[in-house]
Ligand binder design. Sequence first.
Ligand SMILES: [Zn+2]
Length: 306
Amino acid sequence: MKVFKKHIYLFLSMVISTFLLVGCASSNNINPSNKNTATNDTVKTTRGKSEKSPNNILVHYINVGQGDSILVQVNNKNMLIDAGPRDSKDKLISYLKKVNIKKLDYFIVTHPHEDHIGGASYIINSFDVVNFYAPKKTHTTKTYRDMINALKSKNLKIHVAKEGVSLDLGKDAICEMLSPNRNDYDELNNYSPIIKLKYKDNKFLFTGDAEALVEKDVLSKKYDVSAEVLKLGHHGSVSSTSEVFLKNVNPKIAIATCGKDNKYGHPHRETISKLKKINCKLYRSDLDGNILVSGDGKNIKVTTKN
Ligand SMILES: [Zn+2]
C-alpha cells in the first residue's frame, strides 16, 4: 500500500510539473529558434521551483562608446534602439550574438547621425529584422546610404517613427512613441522619437538625442512621461534633460550613453547636478560599461558589466 501511494504521488507530481512546464512555455511563447536570456531564466526557475515563474523585462544599454544602442527583451521579443557608431559594430554584433539574438522584432534608428546608425547596415545584414522604424528624415552620408541599401537588399520597408506609433511587445507591455510631433526640425537630433515603455509597473523612457524643444512639445501634449529609468537625451548633454522634463519623468535611475573621455564632455556637469538634486542614481557607459536593467513588473535591478 505504501509503495502504491508513493507511485501515485510520483505520478501526480510528474503530471503537475509537466503541466506547469507546458503551461509556462505556451504563455511565454517560447520559440526554440529564438531563445533569449530572459526566457532561459524563466524555464530554469520553473524547473527548479515548480512554480509559475515571474515574467521579466531586460533592457541592455550596450556600451558602444560615444553612441547609442539599446536592446529590450520582453515576452520573448527583441527590440533594438539604435546601432552605435560604425567603429563599434563588431563589439555590438558580438554582444547581440552572445545573448542569443537571431531575430529583432523591432529595429528602430532614432535619427541619421553616425553615432546612432553607424552599425545599422551591419545589423540589418546580420540579423533577421522584422520591423524597421526611422523618423521621416533622410541624410546624405555614406553611412545613411549603406543603411538604405541594406534595407533594400533585405526587402525591408521603413515604418515612420512618429508620435502615436505603438509597438507590440506582447502581454503586459505598452510601448508608444510620444514624438516626433512636428514634420520639420532645424536640428537633426530632434527627429529622435521619445519612446515610453511600460511593462506592468516598470517604466522606461528612451529619448535618442531629442533635446529640450521636443521635451517641451511632449509635455505640452500632456503625455505621461513618468518613468523609473530614463535614458538621458543626447548622451547627457545640457541641450536635453530640462528641469521641467526631469521633474515630470522623476526617474530613480538615469543612464548616460557616452564614450570614455569624449570630446563633447558628455554627460555635462549641469545634467549631473540636476540628477543629484532629485536623488537620481546615474549610470554611465563610459565608467560602468554595459548597463543591464531587469524588471519583474514591480522591482528593478541594475547590473553593470565591463
Ligand atoms: Zn548621439
